[in-house]
Design a protein around this ligand. Structure first.
Ligand code: XUL
Ligand code: CO
Length: 441
C-alpha cells in the first residue's frame, strides 16, 4: 500500500465544534467548551484532556477469545519506521480534529520494539524527531510519557521487582530511553504504572526485597531524569490487580505509604484511574480524596469500569454522578498537580466505524465538562460546602479547637467528658447531601 502524504485517515469527520446541549449534531461537543470560564479559569485549563496513543491508535479490539476487529491502515507497512510515521500521522490528525491539547504514550506505542535494545534505541530516536515535528506543527503537547515494561515476555516476573537482576537492568535501560524520549518531547510528566510489579504467588516471592528494589529503582529513575533537566512530576498509577494477582501499587493509600517509606514523596504524585479504583473496591471519588488530602493528586486516567464484572473494561466515561463527585474533589483541591485528564479508555470490540473513536472522546469530554459545571454550581449555589463545614464546627472553637492544635492530652478529654453531658446524636444527613448532588445535575 502506498503511504499517504497528507493524512486523511478520518475522512468525513472534520474538526469537532462546540455547539451546546441543544445541538443534535452527534459530532459536536454539547458541554465541552474550552474557552468558557469556570471558577475563574478556562474550562480547557481545568480539563487538560489527553488522547491515549495505545488505546486509540494501537488497540485493535483483540481479546482472549478472538483477533482484532479493527485493521488500522497505519499498521500495514512492514517497515517499522513507515508504520510508525503513518500511525503518528493518524494520531495527530485525530488529536487536531478532536481539539485536545495533549497526548500520552508508552515508548513502544510510538514504534514497534526492535529485536535488540540497540535497535529499539535507534528506532525511538528516529520516531521522536518525526513526532516532534508533528507537535510543533499542531501545538499539541505531551502530557506524559511512560514505558511499556509489562507486555514483553521478559517482564513476566516483573520489571523493577524481577527476581533476576538482568531483567531489572534491562528495565532500567528501557526506562532511561523512555525518559530521554519524554524529555526530548518536552513531556510535562512521566508515569510509572507497575503492570507486573507484584506477584502471582507469595510462595515464590520475597516481598520485602522486591519492594526495596522498586523503591531503589524509582529513585534511580528520578535522579537520572532530574540530572537530564526534567522539571515535571513523576506519577505512580495505582492498580490492585490484573495482570498480576496482587500489584504492589494496590491503591492510593498504599502508594502514598510506599512513597513516604522510600523518600520519594516530593518528586512523585499519583495518577488516579477510575477503573483501577473500582478494581480495588473503592469509588473513584475515594481514590481522588485520598490523593488530594495528602497533596498528591497529580493526574487522572479517565474511563469507567462495569458494575457487572470485575475486570478492567476501560470504557469511556459516561457516569455523570460519579464524575460530578470527582469534580467536586478536583475543584476543592484547587486542581491537579501538574497533570491532566487522559482518556485511558477504548472503544468496544464491535465499534468498528472510524467515527466511533470521535463519539467516544466527545462523550468522555462532555461528561467531564458537564460534571465540572455542575460541581462548580454545587459549590457556589448550594448548601453543600456549608453543611459539611457545620458537621465539624465543634472543632472551630473552645476545646475542639485546642484538640486540633494539639493542646489537649487524653486526660483532658477525660475531664471534659466527665464535666459534660452524654453527647446528643447528630445526623450525618447523607440523604440530603445525595439530594443536593441530584438537584444540581
Ligand atoms: C493499564 C493502564 C496503563 C497505564 C499506563 O491498566 O492503565 O495503560 O495507564 O501504562
Ligand atoms: Co491508566
Amino acid at each position: 500500500m502506498a503511504l499517504r502524504n497528507t493524512s486523511d485517515y478520518y475522512k468525513g469527520v472534520g474538526n469537532i465544534p462546540f455547539e451546546g446541549k441543544d445541538s443534535d449534531n452527534p459530532l459536536s461537543f454539547k458541554y465541552y467548551n474550552p474557552d468558557q470560564l469556570v471558577a475563574g479559569k478556562r474550562m480547557g485549563e481545568h480539563l487538560k484532556f489527553a488522547v491515549a496513543y495505545w488505546h486509540s491508535f494501537c488497540g485493535t479490539g483483540a481479546d482472549p477469545f478472538g483477533p482484532g476487529t479493527l485493521q488500522h491502515p497505519w499498521d500495514i507497512p512492514s517497515d517499522p519506521m513507515d508504520a510508525a510515521k503513518a500511525k503518528a500521522d493518524a494520531a495527530f490528525e485525530f488529536i487536531e480534529k478532536i481539539g485536545f491539547d495533549y497526548f500520552c504514550f508508552h515508548d513502544f506505542d510510538l514504534i514497534r520494539e526492535g529485536s535488540s535494545l540497540k535497535e529499539s534505541e535507534k528506532r525511538l530516536a528516529k520516531i521522536v524527531e518525526y513526532v516532534k515535528g508533528k507537535m510543533q506543527k499542531t501545538g499539541v503537547q505531551l502530557l506524559w510519557g511512560t514505558a511499556n515494561c509489562f507486555s514483553n515476555p521478559r517482564y513476566m516476573n516483573g520489571a523493577a521487582t524481577n527476581p533476576d537482576f538482568k531483567v531489572v537492568a534491562r528495565a532500567g535501560a528501557q526506562i532511561k530511553l523512555a525518559l530521554d524520549t519524554t524529555i526530548e518531547l518536552n513531556g510535562h510528566n512521566y508515569v510509572f504504572w507497575g503492570g507486573r510489579e507484584g506477584y502471582m504467588s507469595l510462595l515464590n516471592t520475597d516481598m520485602k526485597r522486591e519492594l526495596d528494589h522498586m523503591g531503589r529503582f524509582l529513585g534511580m529513575a528520578r535522579d537520572y531524569a532530574r540530572k537530564a533537566g526534567f522539571k515535571g512530576t513523576f506519577f505512580i498509577e495505582p492498580k490492585p490487580m490484573e495482570p498480576m494477582k496482587h500489584q504492589y501499587d494496590f491503591d492510593a493509600a498504599t502508594v502514598i505509604g510506599f512513597l513516604n517509606h522510600y523518600g520519594l514523596e516530593s518528586d512523585f504524585k499519583l495518577n488516579i484511574e477510575v477503573n483501577h479504583a473500582t478494581l480495588a473496591s473503592h469509588s473513584f471519588a475515594h481514590e481522588l480524596e485520598v490523593a488530594a488530602s495528602h497533596g498528591m493528586l497529580g493526574s487522572i486516567d479517565a474511563n469507567r469500569g462495569d458494575y457487572q464484572n470485575g475486570w478492567d473494561t476501560d470504557q469511556f466515561p459516561n457516569n455523570i454522578t460519579e464524575v460530578t463527585e470527582a469534580m467536586l474533589i478536583l475543584l476543592e483541591a484547587g486542581g491537579l498537580k501538574g497533570g491532566g485528564i487522559n482518556f485511558d479508555a477504548k472503544i468496544r470490540r464491535n465499534s468498528t466505524d472510524p467515527e466511533d473513536i470521535f463519539h467516544a472522546h466527545i462523550g468522555g469530554a462532555d461528561t467531564f465538562a458537564r460534571a465540572l459545571l455542575i460541581a462548580d454550581r454545587i459549590i457556589n449555589s448550594s448548601r453543600y460546602t456549608q453543611l459539611r463545614k457545620e458537621r465539624y464546627s465543634s472543632f472551630d472553637q473552645g476545646h475542639g479547637k485546642k484538640f486540633e492544635e494539639g493542646r489537649l492530652a487524653l486526660k483532658d478529654l477525660y475531664e471534659i467528658a466527665m464535666e459534660g453531658e452524654e453527647p446528643k446524636l447528630r445526623s450525618g444527613k447523607q440523604e440530603l447531601f445525595e439530594n443536593i448532588i441530584n438537584q444540581y445535575i
